[in-house]
Design a binder for this molecule. Sequence first.
Ligand code: AVI
Length: 322
Amino acid sequence: MPTLTRDTVSEAVLNEALTGLKATPKTLSPWLFYDERGSHLFEKITELPEYYLTRTERAIFAEYAPSLPQHLIAAVTVAELGAGSASKTGVLLREFAASQPSLLYQPIDISPTALEEAAASLSEAIPGMTVAPQVANYITDRYTIERPEDHIVLALYIGSSIGNFSPAEALGILRNLRDHLQPGDSLLLGTDLAPGERKTVETLLAAYDDAAGVTAAFNKNVLVRLNRELDADFNINCFAHRARWNAAASRIEMHLESLVAQTVRVGGTQIRFAAGETIHTENSYKFTAASLAELLTGSGFEVDQTLHDADGYFAVTLAEAV
Ligand code: AVI
């Protein structure tokens, strides 16, 4: 597994920044959000009244956990992609651990600190459970999923993380995960849903442009990061946070709009902005039952059941590897 040194990280940041900012239209990849301040701002986003995703998924887990299918509970190991600090996973793990005291939980994440936090808090909350953390970028690195004898694997990919990837990338991530599994294993996938009968575009836009300005700060933090790490000279006040609903692609887009015509220096390169030009910083895809089924079928899974909240804001889909 490659180790991430300060130098390789800065080199990746420089490559990403120059490639994206020289392109037309300009882009910056969302992984750049997650430095220490960005990760903290994201945690704050998950607690915002407008950002319904985290609390709705947690509520679905809490309601669903007591009625998990028996075949999943009996002899299972749980592996989680992009586990972070695994704050939502405890609800499910407690349920599994109740009937399987020596449960093995395998969180996989790029952040060693988040994994340490997850291991410490979960080991204390669920005595007897073994936590086997793995530091890996599940997109670019190899990862492994251990299987105790006669156990099935339940893979968790929650938090709508898959929504930040293009449909082709999402398919690649799930196909790669499927290659780690055997027929009969399961996947629990958390996805945010497209506007519907009760969910409006306004609800979605508010979730990505909150009144307190936390999402704006999260978006602009990418420029703060480039200033610090690449000695760039973005004037943060000359950019505005924009959230847009792209109905044709079924996604929320986040952009940073240049409020004036300006030239910015990034790693020794001059980048010119026209007034009103944007840097596209993130896509957050919103799914329908049909697009979810297509994604899962296309990656070797069969939908078992889909759970959602009463208002149809968020879905948790249980699918079986076939
Ligand atoms: C991490 N990811 C699922 C979040 C989302 O909703 O797409 C990232 C985020 N961007 C703005 N707010 C939250």
